[in-house]
Design a protein around this ligand. Structure first.
Ligand code: 5GP
Length: 132
């Protein structure tokens, strides 16, 4: 059974896509800590982030860097924080969260409730800041 994130990549479950290449996919977290909170995943389904190959981690980090740069341009912040947890969804992913302060990275914080229109607008805004 494919993970929920593999089903998102396959288009079987809708998502607010931010970026994609042949190996990686970035989309908005559905329970965001902040506007612009994005997940970056490898298309190859691996549960534990540190079970990815060295090459995959390197390439994924470079892909995440491009997305983080676009997030920072779209949603001005002090820095974009990065976290790997993976306790809920068994498909390796990097969280990218625009931070105004350290507390914005607390995963116990209440999550934002956004409308479909807001999610779509955020994804489009980040996507438009990516190099074309
Ligand atoms: P973690 O596995 O890193 O602890 O958390 C998984 C993250 O994936 C959570 O922040 C959660 O909101 C997000 N998430 C879980 N299911 C979905 C989904 O179906 N769509 C999207 N866009 N995000 C999800």
């Amino acid at each position: 059974m494919a993970s929920i994130f593999s089903r998102i990549v396959a288009g079987e479950i809708p998502s607010y896509k931010v970026a994609e290449d042949d190996k990686f996919f970035a989309f908005l977290d559905i329970n965001p800590l902040a506007k612009g909170h994005t997940l970056v995943i490898p298309k190859r389904e691996v549960d534990y982030f540190f079970d990815l190959t060295d090459e995959e981690i390197g390439a994924m980090q470079i892909f995440a860097k491009k997305v983080a740069t676009a997030i920072k341009e779209a949603f001005p912040c002090v820095k974009v924080g990065q976290a790997v947890l993976g306790l809920e969804v068994p498909h390796a992913h990097i969280h990218l969260v625009p931070m105004q302060s350290e507390k914005d990275m607390l995963f116990t914080n209440p999550k934002l409730k956004l409308t479909a229109e807001e999610f779509a607008e955020i994804a489009q805004k980040i996507n438009s800041c990516l190099p074309q």
